[in-house]
Design a protein around this ligand. Structure first.
Ligand SMILES: *Cc1c(COP(=O)(O)O)cnc(C)c1O
Length: 456
């Protein structure tokens, strides 16, 4: 391997190296993505169907097959608050594992919201503002997306209303306070402010809520107000597109390190941070320029890619959002309350699902206690406390490094450290006290939820 003697730890790009265009994988796909369908008619939807929810610039990105989509200057300027993000070589973790593998991680926790999510939140806020939108309605589970969107609203001067899953709203006040500090209005979902929320509460007054319900509320809010659009933090093509700045920067930084990854790993909830790191590399594979092993890491409690079916399904519980073809556990499936809240979604991005179906990526599922063990090992070696979500990627990266040790192989491993865990200390406290539980894959609940797939 080139440059193996180098002891550089941190690979930093100048501000002018912030990418000028996002990479659109749709240009290189072997199979055309199946079209999204209208939730009522089950017919393919066109741009006009999406216009009540999204500004036209984002709708066009959603269906574009141009390989490069220019990043507007105001977005690049906002990115400069924290981009380019650093790439690290994990020398200390390698030493702790006594492995000949080289481990690299791209660190997205340097953003103001503490995760990769501002990469798309800022872009979405900009395109909404440009088309005269005044207000954004959105949902949040653990609060990371809500924080990112609230921050982006403050940057571009948009009102933001966040429907926050009731259970998180009650248990995790700090993310709510961060959103409110950025100027957003936050309500617990299900709420009394939408028809859908009122209907749920009428049936289940003490509903803990779910991401699927909160999406339905935010979609209804946006669809029924002229000044408001909806914003989603993952899953959709344009969201994954905006995240490709991660992988584009990482490609330059790996070149600075004089190495090429053999294995590239990301955790996958809706698929956006995974796609952000891996799509530029997968693009090289699709164009026949390189070959990598690409692994998506999921929780055992919500393993859509590893155990779900590839089928058309609803994106939300209220069946208001478009139906898309994806790996799904069923839209009524509510995963167990694992601490990696960002990975508790019943489906997977259609693009990531398609790549899995085409055999370009692998997926593996991991239990939360093993993930937190990996997170603690990582924190003690590298100093950064990871969010519970990327501990899934860390666990798989450590397994790869240990496998390389057994094989006596100098494997080069790259993973996405997509956020820090400073708002997740209660989960670490439980882990350290030994009271975290693992949840088995809920086969019965999934079978039940899959019976409700739309017949299209
Ligand atoms: C939201 C979030 C995730 C899950 O979303 P993806 O779209 O799969 O990336 C993972 N990690 C962090 C830190 C998050 O905030």
């Amino acid at each position: 391997m080139a440059n193996a003697g180098s002891r550089r730890t941190k690979f930093v790009l100048d501000e002018d190296r912030i990418p000028r265009a996002w990479y659109n994988i749709a240009a290189d796909l072997r199979t055309a993505p199946p079209p999204p369908l209208h939730p009522g008619t089950h017919q393919p939807i066109g741009p006009a169907d999406l216009a009540p929810l999204f500004p036209m610039a984002l709708i066009l990105q959603e269906v574009s097959t141009d390989r490069e989509i220019e990043i507007p200057d105001p977005v690049r300027e906002a990115y400069a608050l924290y981009r380019p993000s650093p790439l690290y070589r994990a020398h200390r973790l390698e030493a702790a594992l006594d492995t000949p593998a080289h481990i690299y991680y791209k660190y997205e926790g340097v953003s103001p919201a503490g995760s990769h999510k501002p990469n798309t939140a800022l872009s979405q806020a900009f395109f909404n503002k440009q088309e005269g939108v005044k207000r954004i309605a959105t949902e949040t589970g653990a609060g990371q997306w809500g924080s990112a969107m609230s921050f982006a609203g403050a940057v571009f001067g948009l009102e933001v209303k966040v429907y926050m899953v009731r259970a998180s709203y009650d248990q995790k006040p700090y993310r709510r306070i961060l959103m409110e500090t950025y100027g957003a209005e936050v309500v617990a979902s299900p709420s009394l402010t939408t028809n859908y929320g009122r209907a749920v509460l009428a049936q289940t007054p003490d509903s803990p809520g779910s991401l699927g319900m909160a999406i339905s509320e935010a979609v209804e809010d946006a669809a029924t107000r002229d000044d408001t659009k909806y914003a989603l933090g993952s899953v959709l093509n344009h969201v994954l597109l905006h995240q490709t700045v991660i992988g584009l920067e990482a490609q330059e930084q790996m070149a600075m390190a004089g190495e090429q990854p053999d294995v590239i790993i990301g955790c996958a909830g809706g698929g956006s941070n995974f796609a952000g790191l891996t799509f530029p590399f997968i693009g090289q594979m699709l164009r026949g320029e390189a070959s990598y092993r690409i692994i998506a890491a999921e929780p055992e409690a919500a393993p859509s890619l590893t155990r779900g079916v590839y089928a058309y399904d609803f994106g939300d519980t209220g069946h208001m959002a478009p139906i898309v073809k994806m790996h799904t556990l069923g839209s009524d499936f509510i995963p167990e309350p694992i601490h990696a809240g960002g990975l508790r979604y019943h489906g997977m991005s259609p693009l990531v699902s398609l790549l899995k179906e085409d055999g370009l990526i692998e997926a593996t599922s991991v239990h939360q206690r093993a993930c937190f063990d990996a997170g603690v090992t990582f924190a003690r070696a590298e100093g950064i406390l990871p969010a519970p979500e990327p501990t899934h990627a860390i666990k798989v990266a450590i397994d790869q490094a240990l496998e390389a040790r057994e094989a006596g192989e100098e494997r080069v491993i790259l993973f996405n450290l997509c956020g820090h865990g400073h708002f997740d200390l209660a989960a670490y406290e439980r882990h350290l006290a030994g009271t975290l539980e693992d949840y088995e894959y809920p086969a019965e609940k999934v079978t039940e939820a899959l019976a409700a797939l739309p017949r299209v």
